[in-house]
Design a protein around this ligand. Structure first.
Ligand code: SF4
Length: 331
């Protein structure tokens, strides 16, 4: 077995301390023949420090498209010629989406809006939506509404928002190549406020934006320093009309190496397969990921692209004998 895997076995599996940036570079450079052993170790770490439960979540886009920011991977930016028009959901549609999500056994329902940060109209809509969902559906509510002011953080906390998603997207050193309308540090500040207010922090990013292997390791180490409750891991699904439209999707083995590396960086976090896994890993991706460090999945569709049907993921969990994390365990 390679040296880094032996080190990881002691340091992460036995002692529960995540790998640092330099160690993660070694993991990400492991040759193909070591990938099965790497995935097995990541799975053991997940089982030892998180257990067999899988967190199932649904997301809904309250406001889609027309965002003023220029994140180069995002088809919802109003700055690119992407085929996503600005659309708002109404409250009954939001409640229906929460009901459908709860029916799958999911414990988390995340309300997402494509904005730099919420304005008063969006905050009002979110408040009304949360009240309507809480009256009818038994599910934790998360939000992803961009960068927040301290007052907005307090308001969301008072509405009963359980978890807030705000991704750091990529390594700090690579961020200016991907986004020019705001900074990594501004995003980090929102995460700090969310944590201070007592909400759970959900923070991840996208792999395959053109970052180097070193920057991928840097990103994992920077995320680990945030100590997020959950890390959604996306893989670039190049969208027509965006500056990254012509970028090749990540190679499947690299995607799996990255999943395992993130688990070895953060042994206790909820590590979630988010968008793009179908394009890098195909239909087998869910199985390989769930046996390689992943312990949360999104059911149904992503924000702008179609995922696999909810039932196929739920069936897979049954087959792998991984129970769905119950709602009362997450409260
Ligand atoms: S990633 Fe978010 S902030 Fe960036 S353009 Fe897309 S919706 Fe806007």
């Amino acid at each position: 077995m390679s040296d880094i895997l032996q080190t990881a076995r002691t340091q992460v599996l036995v002692e529960g301390h995540g790998l640092d940036r330099d160690q993660l570079v070694e993991v990400l450079r492991l040759p193909d023949e070591d990938v099965p052993a790497l995935l097995e170790l990541a799975h053991e770490v997940r089982m030892a420090w998180c257990g067999p439960e899988v967190e199932v979540e649904g997301i809904v886009s309250l406001k889609t498209g027309g965002c003023p920011e220029d994140c180069h991977f995002c088809s919802q930016s109003g700055q690119f010629q992407s085929p996503v028009r600005s659309v708002w959901l109404n409250i009954p549609e939001l409640v229906e989406a929460a009901k459908q999500t709860a029916k799958t056994g999911a414990s988390e329902f995340c309300i997402v809006a494509a904005v730099r940060g919420p304005d008063q109209r969006l905050m009002d809509q979110v408040r009304a939506g949360i009240q309507a969902i809480q009256a009818e559906v038994d599910i934790n509510i998360a939000c992803s509404l961009g960068m927040l002011t301290p007052e907005q953080v307090d308001a969301l906390s008072a509405m009963g928002v359980h978890r807030y998603n705000h991704n750091l997207e990529t390594a700090r050193s690579y961020f200016p190549h991907v986004v020019t309308t705001h900074t990594w540090e501004e995003r980090f500040e929102t995460l700090r406020l969310v944590r201070e207010a007592g909400m759970e922090v959900c923070c991840g990013g996208i792999i395959g934006l053109g970052e180097t292997v070193e920057q991928r390791a840097e990103m994992a180490a920077q995320l680990a320093a945030v100590e997020p409750d959950e890390v959604p891991l996306n893989f670039l699904n190049p969208r027509p009309g965006t500056p990254l439209a012509d970028r090749e999707p990540l190679d499947g083995a690299d995607a799996l190496r990255t999943v395992a590396a993130f688990r070895l960086a953060m042994p206790r976090t909820v590590l979630r397969f988010a968008g793009g896994r179908e394009i890098t890993l195909g239909d087998l991706g869910a199985r390989q990921g769930l046996l390689g460090g992943i312990n949360a999945v999104i059911v149904g569709n992503y924000l702008t692209t179609l995922g696999r049907p909810a039932e196929s993921d739920i069936d897979l969990l049954g087959e792998l004998q991984m129970p769905i994390k119950a709602l009362n365990e997450t409260l």
